[in-house]
Every structure is written in structure tokens, then in C-alpha cells.
Design a protein around this ligand. Structure first.
Ligand SMILES: Nc1ncnc2c1ncn2[C@@H]1O[C@H](COP(=O)(O)OP(=O)(O)OP(=O)(O)O)[C@@H](O)[C@H]1O
Ligand SMILES: [Mg+2]
Length: 384
């Protein structure tokens, strides 16, 4: 969808901002550009909507060489979230969001209806926030408006320059989560700039790691963290890259343990005897459909009655497919020895620290090998 072919940008003062860049972003793919300040990320992005013209090379969007496309027409297809948000201070949030539709000549009513829809999508109630001015919003809310504005004309391509840059880490993670949910629904082709490797691996289907004006590695988050292509990339992703893989490694059903189970309508005494026999201290409480109803400890069961009456609500849980990092976070937050893993309401098993450690070891092993399993020729593997 977006294709760079040997693109170089040299500024008049001789600075080479981008040097012979070639890469492609597939339709519906989210690629993050990550690298230190001044390495050419914004320059790369602004060449896609022709706010900056390359010195040499070619860029195609949807197959078309953009040098031949009228910039105004080009920009209609490309939403742009600029670094520092850049909302118009004298316009309301609703009118800010409706900027592009208004430029495109939509009727005022249609543009505003669309803007309200988009504000809703990014989690801002249009009735509350629409009439406000940007200075009456928090930093995180302003960034949401920036994203809504970029999406307003429903462009197939989205350029986002540090879209979550100006907020604290907690709000930032919320915005990232919201954005990922939204992207799963709207499937735009996205080029997203960040200088934060955590954000890059969290959001990107693939990552371009920039050195000075060049891409040092262009690959999936798992590959960049597990097998950095150059010493520069290795140092950029950091010595804790094994840990970082926790944020890109999902909880899988194979990682789970199956604890003892009790039914809500079961007499407490019977459940207690069974736990004793199994030398277990607690059980998960599942209904006949396998949905999680809570958990119960062996000491609770001494009170008699039914298991259902004694069960505690389960607060320590994550959905299957969540990153291991999230599961670890929930474990720490609840000071729990395990977290339940659910598919909807259905209980799949529990993740324990030991299992989490195994998953982490897997990623460290992959690090040590430095290549994917399939890439190792059989005859080069010594017998164990
Ligand atoms: N108009 C210009 N004239 C000369 N040099 C420029 C100009 N604009 C940018 N540069 C230089 O080009 C290089 C790349 O700049 P760019 O804005 O693309 O960096 P960046 O990766 O987005 O950095 P940051 O993370 O700080 O936003 C820098 O060295 C910058 O100083
Ligand atoms: Mg920049």
C-alpha cells in the first residue's frame, strides 16, 4: 500500500535526513518507525503526503507514484496525526475533528455528525467534549482528538507522528490499547513514528528500526527483539529484550495449568475432602458450561453449605491471547500466585509463575539461537 523505492532526502544545507530507503507497508498493516531523535522518522512520514519532497527515489501509495498525484488529492486519502497534536486552539473539539471533512466540502451537518461519531470511537462523549476548546482537555484527551481528526474522512492510510508522545506512561498505555482495538476494527494502513521501543513493539505488526537516516532492521517485534540484525539494533532494543518479549508473547492455552475444580451446587464438605485428597489448597469454581464463577480455598469450605455460597469473586484474570506482561502485571497487582485465563467467560486454565518463567525461557532460548528454528539446517545441529 505504501512503498518506498530508494528514497533519499537531502536538505539544502547538506543534511542527509533519509538515505536510500526502501520498504513496503502492506494494506491493513501497522508499521512503526522507531529510532533516536533526528534519525529521519518525521522526514520519512512527511514525504508520504508530500509535505516534503524526496531528493531522489520514488514513493508509491496504492500503486500510484505520488510524485504524479496532486498533493491535495493525495492528502484526502491520508490521515495525519502530527507530532504535538496541533489542534486549532480557537476551534471547538467538534470543529477540530471535522476539519478535513469540512475542507473536503461536506455539508456542515454531515461533517459534524461524522466528527461526533469519531469522538465517540476514541472514547470522548461528543456531548460533553465536542463543545470544549482544546485547552479545556487533558493531554490524553487532546491526543484522542488528534486521532479522531485524522480518521474523520475515513482515509485508507494513516500517518501518525508520535501520536501518544505527550502523555504520562499510564494514559499512554490506555491510548495504545484503545488504538489497537480501533485498528482491529477499521484496519487502516498505518505508519506510526515513535522513539519508544516499548511502544514500537506493542503496536507494530512490523517495526522499522532506524539508525542515522537508514533502516537497520525491518521485521516483526518478535524477530527484532529475539534476533537483532546488528549490534546497533541490539543496543537500541536494550539488554532487557528478553523481558520485553513478554509484551509481544501472548498467553497461549499450552502455557496453562489445570487446577482442581468445584461446582457451585456441590456440598462444601465434599469439595473439601476432594481438595485434601489431591493435596490442593484451593479450587476454581466452574458452572456446568465451564464458565468461571470464582474460586474457593480449602479453609473457606469448613463453613459448610454449598461451594457457590462460599466462592470468592475472581479478580485476577486475563483473556487468552493477552501479552504475558499483562498476566504478570495482574499477578503482581493482586499479589496472586496465579491468574485465571478466560476465553469470554469460559475458563481455560491458570498461568502460574513457573509457567510464565518457562515462556520467558523460551524467548531467551530464541535469543541465544539468534535464528528461527526453521532456519537452522538439520546437518548443522549437533546431536544432544
Ligand atoms: N528543513 C531542514 N533543513 C535541514 N535539516 C533538517 C530540516 N528538517 C529536518 N532536518 C534534519 O534532518 C534530520 C531528520 O529530522 P527528522 O525531523 O526527520 O527527525 P526525527 O527522527 O523525526 O526526530 P525526532 O524524534 O526528534 O522528531 C535531523 O538531523 C534534522 O535536523
Ligand atoms: Mg520527528
Amino acid at each position: 500500500m505504501i512503498r518506498f523505492e530508494h528514497v533519499t532526502k537531502r536538505y539544502p544545507d547538506g543534511t542527509t535526513a533519509v538515505d536510500d530507503l526502501s520498504f513496503e507497508v502492506a494494506e491493513g498493516e501497522l508499521v512503526t518507525l522507531v529510532g533516536p531523535s533526528g534519525c529521519g522518522k518525521t522526514t520519512t512520514m512527511m514525504m508520504v503526503n508530500r509535505l516534503i519532497e524526496p531528493t531522489s527515489g520514488r514513493i508509491r501509495v496504492g500503486g500510484e507514484d505520488i510524485a504524479a498525484v496532486d498533493p491535495v488529492r493525495l492528502r484526502r486519502r491520508i490521515g495525519y496525526v502530527i507530532q504535538q497534536v496541533g489542534l486549532f486552539p480557537h476551534r471547538t473539539v467538534l470543529d477540530n475533528t471535522a476539519t478535513v471533512p469540512a475542507l473536503l466540502g461536506w455539508s456542515r451537518a454531515r461533517a459534524r455528525a461524522r466528527a461526533a461519531e469519531l469522538l465517540d470511537l476514541v472514547g470522548l462523549d461528543p456531548k460533553t467534549y465536542g463543545p470544549r476548546y482544546p485547552e479545556q482537555l487533558s493531554g490524553g484527551q487532546r491526543q484522542r482528538v488528534g486521532v479522531a481528526r485524522a480518521l474523520a474522512a475515513d482515509p485508507p492510510v494513516l500517518l501518525m507522528d508520535e501520536p501518544f508522545g505527550a502523555v504520562d506512561p499510564v494514559v499512554r498505555e490506555q491510548l495504545q490499547d484503545e488504538f489497537l482495538r480501533m485498528q482491529a476494527a477499521v484496519r487502516k494502513t498505518v505508519l506510526l513514528v515513535t522513539h519508544d521501543i516499548e511502544e514500537a513493539v506493542r503496536l507494530g505488526d512490523r517495526i522499522a528500526v532506524y539508525g542515522q537516516g537508514r533502516i537497520e532492521q525491518f521485521d516483526t517485534p518478535g524477530a527484532v527483539l529475539g534476533a537483532p540484525a546488528t549490534p546497533y539494533v541490539a543496543s537500541f532494543v536494550g539488554a532487557d529484550r528478553g523481558l520485553k518479549r513478554l509484551s509481544v508473547t501472548p498467553v497461549e492455552p499450552d502455557d496453562l495449568r489445570q487446577p482442581p475444580v468445584a461446582r457451585p451446587d456441590e456440598p462444601a464438605g465434599r469439595a473439601r475432602d476432594r481438595l485434601r485428597e489431591q493435596d490442593a489448597r484451593w479450587a476454581v469454581v466452574l458452572d456446568a458450561h465451564g464458565d468461571l464463577r470464582g474460586w474457593v480455598g480449602i479453609d473457606d469450605l469448613a463453613a459448610g453449605g454449598t461451594v457457590g455460597e462460599l466462592a470468592h469473586r475472581m479478580t485476577a484474570w486475563v483473556p487468552v491471547g493477552a501479552p504475558l506482561k499483562q498476566a504478570f502485571g495482574v499477578m503482581l497487582q493482586h499479589d496472586a500466585g496465579w491468574v485465571a485465563v478466560l476465553d469470554g467467560a469460559r475458563f481455560l486454565g491458570v498461568l502460574t509463575p513457573a509457567k510464565l518463567h518457562e515462556a520467558l525461557r523460551r524467548s531467551v532460548d530464541a535469543d541465544a539461537r539468534g535464528v528461527a528454528r526453521g532456519q537452522v539446517p538439520f546437518d548443522s545441529v549437533p546431536d544432544a
